[in-house]
Write a protein that binds this ligand. Structure first.
Ligand code: ADP
Ligand code: MG
Length: 730
C-alpha cells in the first residue's frame, strides 16, 4: 500500500470504530476499590499479627524489618498474590528514564524429580539485583564500579497487575547513591516532615509527624491508533513535527468540559476501573481545552503513594488505550497551535493530628500556624525559584512554558487579593518591639482570615504557582513528567526554609522575645524579603516579562540553561544540608537530564529529516510533475495565446513548489551539518546547548516550508494525516 493510501485507509478505520464497552466488576466502586492492593485489610488477612505490625512500623516510621519477619511477610504476600491469580513477581521501580521499570520472575521453581514449588521469601522481597545496567546513571556506576540494587519500599503497598505481583522499590547503587526518582523523594518527604514537625511544636505539642500531600491532574491527548501509525513523527517523538494548523482549532472553546464522546468515555471507564482496582482514587474526568484533549484527576494522597499512582496510571492509560484502538499522547505539546498538556501538582502539608497546615482556620492561634507555613512556602519559592524552574525543565516542556497557554518560564506565586492585602498589612504594621495594643490588633487581623476563602480564591490560571484556598498548585509541571522530580525539590526547599525560620524564631526567643511576637517578626521579615516573587496579574502578558526582568526574576527559556542551577555551589549545599541529594547525585542527574534533552532533539531532527526527504520532497515533486504535464498538455491543445493564459496558474504553482522544495532540501542538509557539529562535542552541556541553539531552530523553519507545501499539493497525494484529521476524528 502506498503511503497516501495509508492515510485514506486510516481515516476509514477511524470512521468505522465503535465504543468498546467493558463493564466494571461490580456496580459500586467501593465494592472493588483497591481489590488488587496488598493493603491493611489484605495484610490483616494474610499476615501474622507480628508481621503485619512490622510492615506498619516500617511504612510509618521507617523501622527495619528483620530477616525472619521479612520471610513471614513474603510468604503472606505470595499467598495473597496467588489468590489474585499472580504467577510472577517483580520489583517495580522508577529509573531516571521517566518510565516505570519491571523485570518479572516466576514464583515457580523446579526442585528436581520433575516436581516444582512456588517460592518467594524475604530476601526476594527485600532486595534484588536486576542487571539493569542500561538505565541512565550519569556516571555514578562507572565511578563506583557498582551494580544497581532495588530495595523494597514498605511505605507504598504491593499490588497485583495482570498476573504479576508488583513490589514498589527504590533503585540505588551498591554504595547507596540514588539511581531513581523515588529515593530522593523519600528523603525529601522525610526532610520536610522533620522541619515542619519542629515548627508545629510552637503551636501544638501533639504534632509528631507532618505528611506531604499531592493531588495531580493528568492531562493527555487521544489519537486513533490507525492515525498514530500513519504519522512516523507522532509514533517516534510523541508530537507532530509537521502539519498545517487547521482553520478551526480551539478558538470556539466548544470542546472544554463538553460532553465526552462515547468512544472516549468507554476508554475512560475501562482505565479508571483498572486504576480503582489498584487503589488509585480517580475521581474526576473531563474534556480539556484542545480538541481530543482530556484530563483525569484523583483525590489527593500521601505524596509517595500519589507519585507511584501517577506513574502507574500513565502506564495503565497506555495499555488500556490500545485495547480501545487509541493511543495516549502524554507529550507536553503534541500539536502546535492548540494548548499543550500539563500536570498540575496540588501540594500541601498535613499533621498526624489531621490538620491541613495550609488551610486557614477559625482561631487566631491556628491562623498564625497557617500564616507560618504559607509565608515560609512563599519565601522558599522566592529563595529557590531557579531550582524549582529546573525541576520542570524538559525538551517537551520547553514548547509549553511561556507559550501563552501555560505558565511562563518565570516562577512567581499567586495568592489572591485577600491574602495579598493581609501580607501587605502585616509587613507595614509589625514593627520593632510590639505594644500590647498592636498585638491585639494583629491577632484580630490574623483571626479574620476567613475559612470561606476556599470558595472565593481568585482563579488566576496564568500563574505557575498559585494558592488555591487550602493548598498550592504547581502548574508548570509537564504532563509526561514524573511528579517526584518537582515534588522532591519543593519539599526540599520548604524544609530548608522552615529550618531557617525555626532558627531565627528560637534566637529571638532566647533573647527574651515572647513566642508569638518572635514568630510574627520573622514572618514580617520573610514577607518583606520575598515580596518580589508575588504576582497577581496576567502571567501570559508581555508586560509581565518586562516587569519580572525589572524585579530581577529569572526567565530561563530553555532546558539546558535552566539545568545550570544543578551545578551551583548553593544548590549543592542546599540538597546536601537537607540530605536529599549528594553533590555526586546532583551532578549525575544534571548529566542525565542534559543527555536526555540532546537525545530528544536529536531524534526529532532525524525523524523530521527522514520525513522531509522520503515523504515530503517526493510527494511535492510528484505533484509538480502532474502540473508540468498539465502545462505541456495545455500548450499542445490550445492556440499559443490561449495556452499562455491557461498555463499561468500551473506555472505559478510549479514555481512556488520549487521555492519551498529548495528550502526544505537545503534546511534538511544544513540540519544534518548542525547535528554533526554538535555530535562531536564531548561536554554534555555544550552538546545540549548546540542542539538547542543550532539544531532545534531548523525544525521550526523546516516546518514552515513543509506546511506551505501541504497547502499547495493535491490533498489526494499528501501522505501524512493532516492536523484536522488528527485532532477532530475519533
Ligand atoms: P479544582 O482545582 O478543579 O477546583 P480541587 O480544588 O477540588 O479542584 O482540587 C484539585 C486537586 O487538588 C484534586 O486532585 C484534589 O485531590 C487536590 N487537593 C485537594 N486538597 C489537597 C491537599 N490538601 N493536598 C494536596 N492536594 C489536594
Ligand atoms: Mg487545577
Amino acid at each position: 500500500m502506498s503511503t497516501p493510501l495509508l492515510r485514506a485507509k486510516a481515516l476509514e478505520d477511524v470512521l468505522g470504530r465503535r465504543p468498546q464497552l467493558v463493564e466494571p466488576p461490580a456496580p459500586k466502586i467501593s465494592d472493588y476499590f483497591a481489590a488488587n492492593v496488598f493493603n491493611e485489610d489484605a495484610m490483616r488477612m494474610f499476615l501474622t499479627e507480628e508481621a503485619w505490625y512490622a510492615v506498619r512500623q516500617a511504612s510509618q516510621h521507617g523501622a527495619r524489618i528483620d530477616r525472619k519477619l521479612a520471610d513471614q511477610v513474603a510468604s503472606g504476600m505470595k499467598e495473597w498474590a496467588a489468590s489474585k491469580g499472580a504467577t510472577h513477581y517483580t520489583h517495580w521501580f522508577q529509573p531516571l528514564t521517566g518510565l516505570s521499570a519491571e523485570k518479572h520472575d516466576a514464583f515457580f521453581e523446579p526442585i528436581g524429580g520433575g516436581r516444582s514449588i512456588e517460592r518467594f521469601d524475604g530476601s526476594m522481597l527485600v532486595q534484588q539485583e536486576p542487571d539493569a545496567s542500561s538505565f541512565p546513571n550519569g556516571g555514578i556506576r562507572n565511578t563506583f564500579e557498582a551494580r544497581g540494587y532495588t530495595a523494597w519500599d514498605p511505605s507504598s503497598p504491593a499490588f497485583v497487575m495482570g498476573r504479576t505481583l508488583c513490589i514498589p522499590t527504590i533503585f540505588i547503587s551498591y554504595t547507596g547513591e540514588a539511581l531513581d526518582f523515588k529515593m530522593p523523594l523519600l528523603r525529601a518527604i522525610h526532610a520536610v516532615d522533620q522541619a515542619a514537625t519542629e515548627v508545629c511544636q510552637y503551636f501544638d505539642k501533639d504534632v509528631t509527624k507532618v505528611i506531604s500531600t499531592l493531588g495531580w491532574e493528568q492531562e493527555y491527548f487521544l489519537i486513533d491508533k490507525a492515525l498514530y501509525y500513519a504519522r512516523p513523527d507522532i509514533m517516534m517523538c510523541g508530537r507532530a513535527l509537521f502539519g498545517h494548523i487547521p482553520a478551526k482549532g480551539q478558538q470556539m472553546e466548544d470542546h472544554y468540559f463538553g460532553s465526552i464522546p462515547d468512544r472516549v468515555r468507554a476508554f475512560m471507564r475501562d482505565f479508571e476501573t483498572e486504576a480503582l482496582m489498584l487503589g488509585i482514587p480517580v475521581k474526576t474526568r473531563h474534556n480539556e481545552v484542545a480538541p481530543n484533549q482530556f484530563e483525569c484527576a484523583p483525590v489527593f494522597e500521601e505524596m509517595n503513594l500519589a507519585v507511584d499512582h501517577n506513574v502507574l496510571l500513565m502506564d495503565i492509560m497506555e495499555k488500556t488505550a490500545q485495547k480501545h484502538d487509541f493511543r495516549v499522547l502524554l507529550h507536553e505539546k503534541p500539536y502546535a497551535g492548540v494548548n499543550g498538556s500539563g500536570k498540575h501538582n496540588n501540594w500541601s502539608l498535613a499533621t498526624n493530628t489531621g490538620r491541613n497546615l495550609l488551610r486557614p482556620a477559625k482561631t487566631p492561634k491556628e491562623n498564625l500556624q497557617f500564616l507560618t507555613f504559607f509565608v515560609n512556602t512563599i519565601a522558599a519559592i522566592h529563595a529557590h525559584a531557579d531550582v524549582l524552574r529546573a525541576s520542570i525543565a524538559s525538551a517537551n516542556n520547553d514548547h509549553r512554558l511561556g507559550a501563552n497557554e501555560a505558565p511562563p518560564a518565570i516562577i512567581s506565586v499567586f495568592i489572591g487579593d485577600h491574602l495579598s492585602k493581609l501580607l501587605d498589612e502585616l509587613e507595614r504594621n509589625i514593627k520593632g518591639a510590639m505594644s500590647p495594643d498592636l498585638k491585639t490588633e494583629l491577632k484580630l487581623d490574623i483571626g479574620r482570615i476567613p475559612s470561606v476563602m476556599l470558595d472565593n480564591t481568585d482563579r488566576n490560571r496564568t500563574s505557575p504557582f498559585a494558592f488555591t484556598g487550602n493548598k498550592f498548585e504547581f502548574r508548570a509541571v509537564g504532563s509526561s513528567a514524573n511528579c517526584a522530580g518537582p515534588m522532591t525539590v519543593l519539599n526540599t526547599i520548604v524544609a530548608h526554609q522552615l529550618r531557617s525560620f525555626k532558627k531565627q524564631v528560637d534566637a529571638l526567643i532566647a533573647k527574651g522575645t515572647k513566642k508569638d511576637e518572635a514568630i510574627l517578626r520573622v514572618i514580617r521579615d520573610l514577607i518583606a524579603h520575598s515580596k518580589l516573587i508575588r504576582f497577581e496579574g496576567n502571567g501570559y502578558g508581555d508586560e509581565w516579562v518586562k516587569e519580572a526582568a525589572k524585579r530581577g526574576l529569572s526567565n530561563i527559556k530553555d532546558t539546558p540553561r535552566a539545568l545550570d542551577v544543578w551545578e551551583r555551589k548553593e544548590t549543592k549545599k542546599l540538597f546536601a544540608d537537607m540530605e536529599v541529594l549528594s553533590a555526586v547525585e546532583l551532578e549525575a542527574r544534571h548529566e542525565i537530564e542534559l543527555h536526555s534533552y540532546t537525545l530528544k532533539i536529536q531524534i526529532e531532527s532525524r525523524v523530521a529529516g527522514d520525513l522531509a526527504q522520503n515523504h515530503i520532497i517526493p510527494t511535492a515533486i510528484a505533484y509538480q510533475n502532474r502540473l508540468i504535464e498539465n502545462v505541456r498538455g495545455l500548450r499542445d491543445v490550445l492556440p499559443a495565446a490561449q495556452a499562455k493564459k491557461a498555463t499561468e496558474t500551473p506555472v505559478k504553482l510549479i514555481e512556488e513548489i520549487s521555492e519551498h522544495l529548495g528550502e526544505v532540501k537545503s534546511l534538511s542538509d544544513s540540519m544534518i551539518e548542525a547535528r554533526k557539529a554538535a555530535n562531536v562535542l564531548e561536554d554534555a552541556r555544550d552538546k545540549a546547548i548546540a542542539y538547542c541553539d543550532k539544531v532545534k531552530p531548523h525544525l521550526e523553519k523546516l516546518r514552515y516550508h513543509v506546511d506551505k507545501l501541504e497547502l499547495l499539493v493535491d490533498d489526494e497525494l499528501w501522505p501524512l494525516p493532516k492536523m484536522r484529521e488528527l485532532m477532530f476524528t475519533r
